[in-house]
Design a protein around this ligand. Structure first.
Ligand code: CO8
Length: 258
């Protein structure tokens, strides 16, 4: 499919989506978010793809929702169209593992999009922020909710109330990003990491992802019950038999995604 606002690449079993509106620092226009949803749909449907990387440029992952596009909208406009909610939530709804590789600005909707992914690899120059308050609004795609779960109330509150940005080091200390890599290595490192995931059993990585995500939706007791049920169900897969047999036989497993 031909896209105008994103680029799509395939590296082995890894699908890569590059946000590509350089003149607007990858501002998330309606068209871009639509195309992102379509690209994610395609990777989700492709049995050859085992993990997805979502990234931007060295200067910006995404500088937020497109302010120029939003500025003239009325309450009725955004309420009645449920302002691009379905496409925005697409990344959060992916069942395959998705890594956000963030260099430069991840602001507003850009930070929210990164947080919808399963984990964030940050380049040394990454900057995270929820500056919506400085333009007369508040986060609308998870900034007050997911950020608070990642970094705790105090930092989230300060960022949402002042618009202060967090650099990569602070973001790593606070638990927002899994690790920091040099800018020039970011894309390769993200693809390598996604490749490791994609070489495992897809149903099992999907089950692990689903279980970790339950931790954000339920009590500890319910989460533990859910995890145990999924753990038990992994024994119904061929890949569990293969993985454990390979360990015992001291060889590499050959997962068949079954
Ligand atoms: N929207 C539209 N255009 C943008 C955006 C944006 N978010 N960010 C940057 N641009 C454009 C600029 O207008 C400029 O274009 P032009 O050259 O045509 O004037 C170009 O990108 C380059 O930007 P700057 O000249 O400003 O570059 P600087 O390096 O000086 O500054 C910054 C970089 C600090 C990132 C600055 O551009 C900035 O502050 N951008 C806005 C950040 C922001 O406020 N983001 C939050 C937006 S609101 C939001 O995301 C709400 C999400 C709600 C989702 C709800 C879904 C249901």
């Amino acid at each position: 499919m031909a896209y105008e606002n994103i680029l799509v690449e395939v590296h082995g079993k890894v699908g890569v989506v590059l946000l590509n509106r350089p003149k607007a620092l990858n501002a998330l226009s309606k068209g871009l978010v639509r195309e992102l949803a379509q690209a994610l749909d395609a990777f989700e449907a492709d049995p050859e793809i085992g993990a997805i990387v979502l990234t931007g440029s060295d200067k910006a992952f995404a500088a937020g929702a497109d302010i120029k596009e939003m500025s003239g909208k009325s309450y009725m406009d955004v309420y009645m169209e449920d302002f691009i909610t379905v496409d925005w939530e697409r990344a959060a709804g992916c069942r395959k593992p998705v890594i956000a590789a963030v260099a430069g600005y991840a602001l507003g909707g850009g930070c929210e999009l990164a947080m919808m992914c399963d984990f964030i690899l940050a380049a040394e120059n990454a900057k995270f922020g929820q500056p919506e308050i400085t333009i007369g609004t508040i986060p609308g795609a998870g900034g007050t909710q997911r950020l608070t779960r990642f970094v705790g109330k105090s930092k989230a509150m300060e960022m949402c109330l002042t618009g202060r940005m967090m650099d990569a080091q602070e973001a790593e200390r606070a638990g927002l990003v899994s690790r920091i890599v040099p800018v020039d290595d970011l894309k390769d490192e993200a693809i390598k990491t996604a490749g490791k995931i994609a070489d495992l059993s897809l149903p099992l990585t999907m089950m692990a992802k689903e279980s970790v995500n339950r931790a954000y939706e339920t009590t500890l007791a319910e989460g533990l019950r859910f995890e145990r049920r999924v753990f038990h169900s992994s024994f119904a897969t061929d890949d569990q038999k293969e993985g454990m047999a390979a360990f015992v036989e001291k060889r590499q497993p050959d997962f068949k995604n079954s």
